[in-house]
Structures are given as C-alpha cells and as structure tokens.
Design a protein around this ligand. Structure first.
Ligand code: SF4
Ligand code: SF4
Length: 91
C-alpha cells in the first residue's frame, strides 16, 4: 500500500478521475467514501512527481501515505493556521 483514503473523504470523485492506475473506487456500501486499492496503487511512481490523488483532493487529511501521515495536513489547503483549542467560555 502506498496511499490510502481516510474517513475525511467526501466522495467528490476528483481522485478517481486523475489516478493513472485505476486504483481509486467508491466503497460499495458507502458511495461517499472512496478507497484506494492497495495493490493497484503505484504511488504514481514513474508517472508523476507527486501522487495525483492527493494533489487534486480538496479535503485536508483525506489521503495518507504509507506511514499514515496526511499528505494534505490540517491548514495546508486552507492556509488557516492550526492552533491548540482555546476554551473561551465564561464560567
Ligand atoms: S498515488 Fe497515484 S496510483 Fe496511487 S491512488 Fe493516488 S493517483 Fe492512484
Ligand atoms: S479527492 Fe479526496 S474527497 Fe474527493 S473522493 Fe478523493 S479522497 Fe475523497
């Protein structure tokens, strides 16, 4: 397995359309959850400099590499700085 899709996926189809290995498919039990076939995924090696699925995916943390690290981590697409949660409630 090179890359995998997490439950952050919204099923937009974008990665399915660009994968050169036909490795992306929709979960038959949940059409809004896409998956990557572990044997078909080549990591786009020899075809593209970057994994095409992650390059086009609009959702942060939806695609992870073989180390389970998000290719597009929180804040990477929005440009919004990720901060620790601050409790602003007044007791
Ligand atoms: S890394 Fe490349 S081959 Fe693997 S699923 Fe993504 S687009 Fe397809
Ligand atoms: S591009 Fe991202 S959000 Fe869209 S189907 Fe693929 S993994 Fe899911």
């Amino acid at each position: 397995m090179k890359y995998a899709i997490t439950d952050k996926c919204v099923g937009c189809h974008a990665c399915l359309l660009v994968c050169p290995s036909n490795a992306v498919f929709a979960d038959p039990d949940n059409p809004k959850q896409f998956m990557i076939h572990p044997r078909r995924c080549t990591g786009c090696e020899g075809q593209h400099a970057a994994p095409q699925c992650a390059s086009i995916c609009p959702v942060e943390e939806a695609i992870v590499n073989e180390y389970a690290i998000a290719v597009n981590p929180l804040g990477s697409l929005t440009g919004i700085e990720v901060r620790e949660h601050v409790n602003t409630s007044i007791d």
